[in-house]
Design a protein around this ligand. Structure first.
Ligand SMILES: O=C[C@H](O)[C@H](O)COP(=O)(O)O
Ligand SMILES: C=C(OP(=O)(O)O)C(=O)O
Ligand SMILES: [Mn+2]
Length: 455
């Protein structure tokens, strides 16, 4: 027997009383209350009906009929809310989706890690740096623009709840532009070449993409010739997602849907619970158990099958396909040992879930220069391990969850351009984890497409 799906949301104070990991320590409660009141007055960023549509698509993923591409920055920044930045991110996601769809002939569900991805869990509450003339200085860790400033000064690192209001506006601006791009013609399939123009000759993967784009062109011309509706190609559906971390923000954005009288977190279409906040009796699991969005949980190397099954019972008591996505992030060296028992037992328990691979967070290491980085080869090895395990168990490798950017940054090593650790300082722009750059992202898409074809 399971408990019925809840239809109400506990008060914010009751959620905090459950214990919530990774929360800001705000110095001024009155300022927190004022920010929450302001957020509660704002309109939804997404509609509950859109969340339901995404849930349907994720149900197709869990049935093995579609593949999820989820990607974006580790941490969005307020300064990054520019047209160029958002367009570049969207463009690389569209190019990756085209490669995956075309090369593997599988529908691709597109989910941005954007319009809300502003809060970060950290492994330490403090950060120590050696500053010229001051020696070692220790300050509170940066927890994302939602919480405090990246600048390494005592003032900037104080958590400021007014930033949550800014998260709302930054997310609204981002979503607005994404909606304009995806419905207003930029994402039209007949633009497959245009997305690549600055790229074609400058990289091998750009040329490889161009060949796919040519084939798509021919297919589109053929379809038009036989009378298919060209408007079908005009729009792309892209949804938003972020980690549900700061309770004040997510709670204030949780509203009762007027159609169904049920709660939805309307800050985003899809929310996930991080590896550090997935305690079964904790506040994050409790809050997301109450909302009707499609949701995910990150599962790292310490997850037992019993943990996963208990999470599913709590988060998806009706076992509704599309409701729950497990995003595994084991590490390239561990996935072959750790994933099979998890998948096997979850499957045997009859849990309806979409399995997705995050090949980033189990593969972070510190280069000798001090930069956090990841090897492109480790990322690919983990995705390959994910496909191997699911193939051997007869389950569907449902998608990938990537930290990436559309810019030519130098944050992860390897890939066709053979970025080395020495190159990291050239253009390291992430304020948290290292992202695949545009070339590496597209290379990954080609490699994953090949794995998908074989699956
Ligand atoms: O993306 C996420 C986390 O914040 C990150 O992996 C933790 O990084 P840290 O170990 O630098 O805190
Ligand atoms: C913090 C993250 O991941 P995880 O919770 O898996 O460590 C993340 O996705 O940025
Ligand atoms: Mn990250």
């Amino acid at each position: 027997m399971h408990d019925p799906t809840p239809t109400s949301v506990p008060a914010l104070a009751d959620l905090h009383a459950l214990g919530a990991a990774q929360q800001p320590s705000y110095p001024d409660q009155a300022a927190v209350d004022a920010a929450v009141t302001r957020l509660r007055s704002f309109p939804p960023l997404v509609f509950a009906g859109e969340c339901d549509e995404l849930k349907e698509k994720l149900a197709a993923v869990s049935r093995g009929e579609a593949f999820l591409l989820q990607g974006g920055d580790c941490a969005e920044t307020f300064a990054g809310v520019t047209a160029d930045n958002i367009r570049n991110k969207l463009r690389v996601l569209l190019q990756m989706a085209v490669v995956l769809t075309y090369a593997a002939s599988v529908p691709v569900v597109k989910l941005g890690r954007f319009a809300g991805q502003y809060a970060k869990p950290r492994s330490s509450d403090l950060e120590t740096r050696t500053l010229p003339g001051q020696g070692e200085v220790t300050l509170p860790a940066y927890r994302g623009d939602a919480v405090n400033g990246y600048e390494f000064t005592p003032e900037s690192r104080i958590p400021d709840p007014q930033r949550l209001v800014e998260v709302y506006h930054a997310s609204a601006a981002t979503l607005n532009l994404v909606r304009a791009f995806t419905t207003g013609g930029y994402a039209d399939l007949r633009q497959v070449h245009a997305w690549n123009t600055d790229f074609v000759l400058s990289s091998a993967v750009g040329r490889r993409y161009e060949a796919v784009a040519n084939e798509i062109d021919r297919a589109l011309t053929f379809m038009q010739a036989i009378g298919a509706d060209p408007d079908e190609f005009h729009r792309v559906e892209m949804h938003s997602s972020h980690e549900a971390l700061v309770l004040e923000y997510e709670h204030a954005m949780t509203r009762i849907d007027s159609r169904t009288q049920l709660p939805y977190d309307v800050s985003s279409h899809f929310l996930w619970i991080g590896e550090r906040t997935r305690q079964l009796d904790g506040a994050h699991v409790e809050l997301l158990s109450r909302v009707r969005n499609p949701i995910g949980v990150k599962l790292g190397p310490t997850t037992t099958a019993d943990d996963a099954i208990a999470l599913a019972a709590k988060l998806s008591p009706d076992n509704e396909p599309g409701r729950l996505t497990f995003i595994t992030r084991m590490g390239a060296q561990k996935i072959h040992d750790l994933l099979p028992p998890l998948v096997e037992k979850v499957k045997a328990a009859g849990v309806q879930v979409a399995w997705v691979c995050d090949p980033m967070h189990g593969n972070t290491y510190e280069a000798s220069s001090g930069y956090k980085t990841r090897r492109f080869d480790d990322v690919i090895t983990e995705v390959q391990g994910f496909f191997d395990v699911h193939r051997s168990l007869g389950t569907w490798p449902g998608g990938v969850h990537m930290e990436l950017t559309g810019d030519d940054v130098t944050e992860c090593v390897g890939g066709g351009e053979e970025l080395a650790e020495i190159d990291l300082s050239e253009r390291y722009e992430s304020v948290c984890d290292p992202r695949l750059n545009r070339v590496q992202s597209l290379e990954l898409a080609f490699l994953v497409a090949e794995m998908l074809r074989k699956a």
